[in-house]
Design a protein around this ligand. Sequence first.
Ligand code: ADP
Length: 574
Amino acid sequence: MTAATIDDTEATDARALTDGIHLVVDALRLNNVHTIYGLVGIPITDLARTAQASGIRYIGFRHESAAGHAAAAAGFLTQKPGICLTVSAPGFLNGLVALANATTNCFPMVQISGSSERHLVDLQRGDYEEMDQLAAARPFVKAAYRVSRAQDIGRGVARAIRTAASGRPGGVYLDIPAAVLGEVLDAKSAAETLWRVIDPAPRQLPDLDSVDTAIELLATAQRPLIVLGKGAAYAQADEQIKEFVESTGVPYLPMSMAKGLLPDDHPQSAATSRSLALRRADVVLLVGARLNWLLGHGDAPQWNPDAKFIQIDIEASEMDSNQPIAAPLVGDIGSVMQALVDRAKPGQISTSPQWRAELAAKAEQNVAKMADRLAAARIAAPMKFLGALQAIRDVLRDNPQVCVVNEGANALDLARNTIGMYRPRRRLDSGTWGVMGIGMGYAIAAAVETGEPVVAIEGDSAFGFSGMELETICRYKLPIVTVILNNSGVYRGDELSGSEDPAPTALEAHHEFMIKAFGGAGYRAETPDEVSAALREVLASGRPALIDCLIDPSDGTESGNIAHLNPKGITNPG
Ligand code: ADP
């Protein structure tokens, strides 16, 4: 190369330009973002294209809620904020549902949304998709930020990632107006505005005095109990948790998304004597589980009114939110569990044989009662929920690598108790809000992030909220089997209508035809044997598939096992 040529190249480099779109992509790549879940449109279409061309995997959805739920699930599974990309105003609002749900569930997620022109929006001059998105997002998220100059894109991305992942994880909104995406900058100086976040979720070590108090409380307990929540699953402290549980012999209860942290057939699992365990435990160690409605707020009579609670949580303000916390262990679960293991003297915490025998006797009774129900359901025609679920359970037991996604009312309650989980973070469900609509989004993220097959067990009503994502599943050829427990209704399908229209709870669908339209395999199963044959076949094929299981319309309880939350009108008003 001649000197003249070198000079030319340098001159060209000095003049090289970039823009807001490329800076966003560069900032994400610098922070090891491998996947974006989104839905394109004004003003972010070129951002998605540029991301894809740069090597980031872009998964395009049919509705922003599903894209958002996918990003949230990716956050839960990887501890890295899942990224959702949305268009302005309506698209942003659709995604916000998922961002709020991620925040409620403590999953790290960043929703990046394009937005309309600030000078028009702020004077309410009626711009295309006009909305003050930053203000709209703020009440529902951990934090909301706006980038107003392209030179702040790197800072905005770094701040969003840090905030979403550190402390109690949650949803962060990052607003990038169209004008900022289009801003043109000198490439060299723009590159210097980007940085990689170092250690986005630093360890948080507990106060050792509190650790010792917790150990003393557990050591004096007559009937100790450990409750594992989805925070424990998220923390990826599987080894420390196993070591503490097994070395102390304390019985444990897994919340639904903590199932599989220890295998469900573990001898210390108190899942089949749950009510007795809560009613009788005198010292309770909560590990990444909040005493919210899912745990009856820790109140009597569900809980022993004299129980003492020890709580491990990264969020100090979670302590005392429902019950007095005798030993608040504020820190990350891995560090706290390790401190408990290290500071408990050998044999200091043990579990009396009487307590274990009491729980075992109750478990035996409950299992025997359930066995009768299961045996009856196995041969019932038309098929019952529990008939189909036993078939699914048996197939999944042979395929423990499968990720299970689960939503619905009866479909959720019954699957949670019937389907055993044997590996950590293999179950994703409606979570803290008990929300419907997470199904296909969570399933897509589970397939993309883990590379394992996914079985989504869906109530027919719940499936409807994200059903169009079957097309997304087929387009990306993801190994997802959607199993619909179809009893033709919300809760049940045999309600008589009070008018010429169908009853408010009625539904009617042959879902297997839907997936065929997109090139997937569709099955209709009317017996448990047909369910298991179809499921085994599609799991072996790795193809996108849907099994519509025809369930007796009279099977199902209104509002599942939370019917007490559902007010009933008086029969003869006036
Ligand atoms: P579940 O619904 O399974 O009972 P929750 O969602 O109620 O679980 O509770 C999860 C808790 O775990 C939250 O309070 C959250 O702050 C906490 N948490 C999440 N990640 C960590 C972590 N790495 N270390 C400590 N606590 C965590």
